[in-house]
Design a protein. Structure first.
Lengths: 408, 328
């Protein structure tokens, strides 16, 4: 590693600066050096932005219009709680990133600033969490049953400002399976819904399921793995048997069983994918904890009489986070695939929610003409997104472990 | 050695029990059995009552919990999974009809995977770092990243679409509708013709993983002393590769053979669905949409047992293939 080579020639001031360079700063630099991971991160950020902003991009309701002599703001009025929760998180994370970037001075290393801002960031996250919960509990979604296209045709909308794409994801038209045209840039599906709009809205479902279910499996996997790795012996032996049992059942069949039993509401699907895919993370965390449990700082924490919760999750887990982060990104990719397969099989998210998998399902039924405009776009989106998350995972792994063989 | 085999089999018993306990618990305590949600029409009500009745019989809900599990397990081992709601036939019969095609598909696919991954990995290792090595690994990685549902659609669109110029394969099924008049050769031809696309769809994703393993195993062996000895003896490079290195590099591949079966079984669900092959996957998906729980439960039980056994077989294969493995 170049860092080690330089160390010998460094003077004291350099060494001091060097000390400031945290582990994550080194990892970050190694990560951004690879072009593949930069591109993949770019795509992932793009999909995230789309997820947050999609109500403002593809919506049949105008931003604003004069309806019956009154200026109204239909798009904002009918924002659902999910839209608002995404907006809250988008503003929190995006705002932090922007402020962080702007307040960065040349002389102060980014990681020092980050360390200084961590507390801020955590407060911001807490605030976002609380407001999401409040929104989820108290906000009621109003059903928007206006047909804005008909209203516009009858001249009831004056001075309307529309979203760039004037189709909602659930809005049905009279022409099912119409080819791409000027009105529908990517055509329509079997109930006459605009494919492009559904493609954009599908990004949200994909990420919601990918991220939320991965967070669920992350929580289960790290608690489980931490307990196994810390207590070794009988706990570990029994625990690993259970992991083997869960792994022995093919995941798709387990998913199908759970869905048959628990139903297929969106949240249920997230939970189900989460509780069937935690074993990998549990294995990684267990291995990390087995390695760490003999280290001095753990003995020190034990000697101080700290409670188990504190030893496991405040002292050990942050040090064993590396493999977790890598398997998190791989896990998101895997969950996206699981979701698209479930939706493709017709047992995933319930219509009219847009999902890339269910769009693919309509593309070709045996004996019916093939509808390329329904097959190509979602297929490419799934491919790019899954590929991006896999590349991010590989890039992180290479950055974390410089010994890894770089040949693919 | 015998004691190892016995011990390994004995170790499987607790795993099996744990697995069955888990499946039982999900079936027993899931809310789906008794709740359907909302107002129901007369038909739906009847369907729900039928389901409850079937599940009550299957789970022996009138007995104490431990007895319930015991009876359930005993039933499952004897192949008694209750009666299907859609078909009004015993689930075991349905499974018996559909299991062979699923297993055949999986076996053929894994053979295809091996036939392509082994030479690919070998060539990649011989030309390490050269264009073929990099190109092959990129190509297989790209294949691995293609979503199977999309590939299935595209295969159908290109190769079994009357509008396409490559309309070479049938759209659905695993054999022609009328097979009585066929000789066995004709039947075999017809069968291969029908399952070509499904097998491609099922196998393309595994090339990356397996050729990576084959390549690594070859490279491990190429650096060893016996290879140098063989070369020093003056054996031609081809013989060194095929007779010496290749044989020894097959070890991990043998081990994985049974190990990839569970992941392939997952893929069959999708493939059977796309190509309308009436196998286990198709059965279970249809049952899920129709809330035909006895089928879902029975199929998952069978599939889990199969994949557990294939893991056992993988272990035993490893032992048989490598006399250096210690049996303690």
């Amino acid at each position: 590693m170049p860092v080690a080579d330089h160390a010998a020639e460094m003077d004291v001031a350099d060494l001091l600066r060097q000390r400031r360079q945290s582990y994550w700063a080194i990892v970050g630099r190694a990560y951004w050096r690879a072009r593949g991971s930069t591109l993949a991160t770019g795509w992932a950020v793009l999909v995230l932005l789309l997820t947050v902003l999609v109500p403002f991009i593809a919506n049949d309701a105008p931003y604003t219009a004069i309806i019956h002599g009154q200026r109204e703001f239909p798009l904002f009025r009918y924002l659902t709680r999910v839209d608002l929760i995404w907006l809250v998180w988008g503003t929190a994370v995006g705002g932090f990133a922007v402020v962080f970037r702007l307040s960065r001075r040349k002389r102060v290393p980014a990681e020092a600033l980050l360390a200084y801002r961590t507390r801020w960031f955590l407060w911001l996250m807490a605030l976002a969490t609380v407001s999401s919960i409040l929104l989820a509990v108290f906000k009621t979604d109003k059903l928007n049953d206006h047909d804005y296209h008909a209203m516009a045709a009858q001249g009831e909308l004056a001075g309307a400002v529309y979203a760039p794409l004037r189709w909602g994801y659930a809005e049905q038209e009279m022409h099912p399976f119409s080819m791409p045209s000027a009105t529908h840039l990517l055509g329509t599906d079997w109930t006459g819904r605009d494919v492009l709009s559904r493609l954009l809205w599908g990004a949200r479902i994909v990420l919601e399921i990918g991220l939320v279910s991965e967070i669920i499996s992350l929580v289960i996997g790290s608690i489980y793995g931490a307990l196994m790795g810390y207590f070794v012996g009988k706990v570990d032996l029994l625990g690993m048997r259970f992991v083997e049992i869960v792994e022995a059942i093919p995941q798709l069949f387990l998913l199908i069983t759970f869905i048959a039993l628990f139903g297929r509401q969106l949240f249920m699907i997230m939970v189900i994918i989460g509780i069937t895919s935690w074993t990998g993370i549990a294995r990684f965390v267990r291995a990390e904890f087995l390695r760490m449990r003999g280290l001095d700082y753990v003995s020190a924490a034990q000697a101080l009489g700290l409670p188990l919760r504190s030893i496991l999750f405040r002292h050990m887990l942050p040090n064993g986070l590396t493999p977790v982060i890598v398997s998190f990104t791989f896990g998101v990719a895997g969950n996206i695939v699981s979701e698209s397969i479930l939706s493709f099989l017709g047992i995933g998210v319930v219509p009219p929610i847009a999902s890339w998998g269910s769009m693919l399902d309509q593309a070709g039924n045996p004996g019916v003409a093939f509808r390329w405009w329904l097959a190509l776009p979602p297929g490419i989106m799934i491919f790019l997104t899954v590929f991006a998350y896999n590349v991010i995972g590989e890039g992180l792994r290479d950055a974390i472990d410089p010994k890894t063989n770089k040949v693919v | 050695m015998l004691s190892y085999i016995l011990r390994r089999i004995a170790l499987m018993v607790p795993t099996l029990i744990g697995m069955t306990l888990m499946l039982f618990a999900t079936a027993r305590f899931a809310p789906g059995v008794t709740t359907g949600g909302g107002e129901l029409g007369e038909n739906a009500k009847q369907a729900r009552q039928a389901l409850e009745q079937r599940m009550r019989e299957r789970l022996h809900l009138d007995k104490p919990l431990v007895t319930q599990y015991g009876l359930w397990l005993w039933d499952s081992i004897r192949g008694n999974y209750g009666e299907s709601i859609q078909y009004n036939r015993p689930v075991s019969e349905l499974i018996k009809e559909r299991l062979p095609i699923t297993i055949t598909l999986n076996l053929i696919s894994s053979i295809v995977v091996y036939l392509i991954a082994i030479p690919g990995g070998m060539l990649a290792s011989i030309r390490r770092g050269k264009a073929f090595d990099v190109g092959w690994s990129l190509f297989t990685l790209a294949l691995f990243s293609l979503p199977i549902i999309w590939v299935g659609d595209m295969l159908l669109a290109i190769f079994s679409n009357p509008e396409s110029i490559f309309d070479w394969f049938p759209v659905s099924g695993s054999h022609a509708t009328n097979t009585v008049w066929m000789t066995s050769v004709e039947y075999a031809k017809d069968f291969i013709w029908h399952i070509t696309l499904p097998v491609i769809c099922l196998s393309y994703g595994s090339f990356a993983y397996l050729s990576k393993i084959q390549r690594a195993a070859m490279l491990d062996n190429l650096g060893l002393d016996y290879v140098r000895t063989a070369r020093a003896k003056g054996l031609p490079p081809r013989v060194v590769i095929t007779r010496h290195v290749f044989r020894n590099s097959l070890l991990p591949m043998i081990t994985i053979f049974a190990g990839i079966l569970p992941s392939l079984l997952g893929g069959t669900v999708v493939v059977e669905r796309i190509f309308s092959i009436s196998g286990m996957g198709d059965l279970v998906v249809t049952a899920t949409t129709a809330r035909d729980l006895p089928i879902v439960e029975g199929v998952t039980f069978i599939i889990s047992v199969i994949s557990l056994f294939s893991l056992l077989v993988a272990d035993l294969c490893y032992m048989a293939a490598d006399p250096r493995v210690s049996f303690d």
